[in-house]
Ligand binder design. Structure first.
Ligand code: NAD
Length: 367
């Protein structure tokens, strides 16, 4: 069914989500950090990785899949190589802790390879890339997803065998936001199919296959029996990159891939292999920055093709969304909003507390 949406100011939304996690017995600073990460994903236009995840996290806390107090544990420390266990903690917290350790180490070693295993959902991977870029480093992130049934079919297959395994690369720029390629290796992120399902809208293009392996626009094939699958992006190439994420993040970093002998439930765990590189170690930051700027100008100067207004760089759409949503508020479809309110109740907030926290936050009527 097609529904409306509420429009809510980002600061108030972050306060509400923080209160939900605190009610679910999360320490306030972890609750705040996770809430702000989710709201930032909404601001950047990625509702798939925003506050729509709250019901899943609340249920993860209740089932014991998400350990609210957990922090990273260093399993191996060999100079430029670090192996960490996220101990099923909030991905937003252990992911940030891991990133900070990698940045700190890169100041000594120039290059760091860090493996983080057993994080609960890491959310928007670009957040960690942006953190590295702010410190002046290039970063690469390969991530896989376990704990969940697969949803992505391999190229030429009609059965799901992988998840949406994101890849991210952040390139810092002088005084500018970084170039940030941050993407699922599926034709569409699972969360975007969830958002379409909640809104009762079709999923555009030929991203989905039904249970017979035929293209479909119906999101229900991911959430109701008989199940279909999401295609990898870019045919065999996206399939290949998704597999590389599975093997590097799941196999090497996490020792836990989506192969069927490993346990599955309704949880979402991420494993990540990240590389942090100091440009000074190569040709030097100044020469690198000059080449990056020249390429950025060259690409942005491309004449637009029919049906397009201009050529953008990876990261530009998110910046545009952020400007708009900061000013106007974040739209949340009615079904997702109802699920978040229900999750707030399950977390332990009373009806009065929920009303007080949400009434003040409405930025406006229905968009
Ligand atoms: P997307 O398809 O919207 O964007 C992918 C990339 O393409 C981005 O870097 C974006 O800036 C760039 N881009 C988009 N339009 C562009 C244009 N016109 N010109 C130039 N560049 C453009 O993203 P997605 O694949 O739907 O992924 C969404 C988010 O989901 C990401 O933040 C990702 O990290 C996250 N994710 C997380 C998990 C997880 O398990 N934690 C799994 C999958 C995806």
């Amino acid at each position: 069914m097609r529904g409306g949406a509420v429009l809510i100011a980002s600061e108030r939304l972050a306060d509400f989500v923080t209160a939900i996690f605190v009610a679910a017995r999360t320490r306030p600073e972890f609750a705040r950090e996770t809430a702000e990460h989710l709201v930032l994903a909404n601001l950047k236009g990625h509702d798939s990785h925003g506050v729509g995840m709250v019901p899943n996290y609340v249920d993860g806390i209740a089932s014991g899949h998400l350990a609210t107090d957990a922090e990273v544990e260093v399993l191996k420390d060999r100079g430029a190589v670090l192996l960490l266990d996220g101990r099923r903690g909030f991905g937003q917290v252990v992911g940030r802790q891991a990133t900070d350790l990698a940045i700190e180490r890169a100041r000594d070693t120039g290059i760091v390879t860090l493996a983080l295993r057993n994080a609960h959902h890491l959310g928007r991977i670009g957040t960690y890339g942006e953190r590295c870029a702010r410190a002046g480093y290039v970063s690469l992130h390969f991530v896989n997803v376990t704990g969940h049934d697969p949803v992505v079919s391999p190229f030429a297959g009609r059965e799901a065998r992988l998840l949406t395994n994101p890849f991210c690369c952040a390139v810092p720029r002088d005084g500018e936001r970084p170039i940030l390629l941050d993407m699922a290796t599926s034709a569409v992120a699972l969360g975007k199919v969830r958002v379409a399902y909640m809104k009762g809208e079709p999923v555009a293009g030929d991203a989905l296959l039904d249970d017979e392996g035929r293209p479909t626009t119906e999101a229900r094939y991911l959430y109701e029996e008989p199940k279909g699958s999401i295609r990898p992006f870019g045919l065999h190439k996206g399939y290949g990159l998704g597999l590389v994420c599975e093997l590097l993040a799941g196999g090497l970093a996490g020792e836990h891939t989506i192969q069927p002998d490993n346990p599955r439930s309704a949880a979402i765990f991420n494993h990540m292999l990240m590389f942090v590189l100091d440009p000074d170690l190569f040709g030097g930051s100044t020469a690198f920055a000059a080449e990056v700027e020249a390429m950025a100008d060259y690409l942005r100067g491309t004449a637009p093709a029919e049906g397009h207004d201009r050529v953008r760089l990876p990261g530009d759409p998110e910046a545009e969304s952020m400007e708009e949503r900061r000013a106007q508020g974040i739209p949340i479809d009615d079904n997702s909003w109802a699920d978040i309110l229900a999750a707030a109740g399950r977390a332990g907030l009373s009806g009065d507390e929920i009303s007080a926290l949400t009434a003040a936050g409405r930025a406006g009527g229905r968009p």
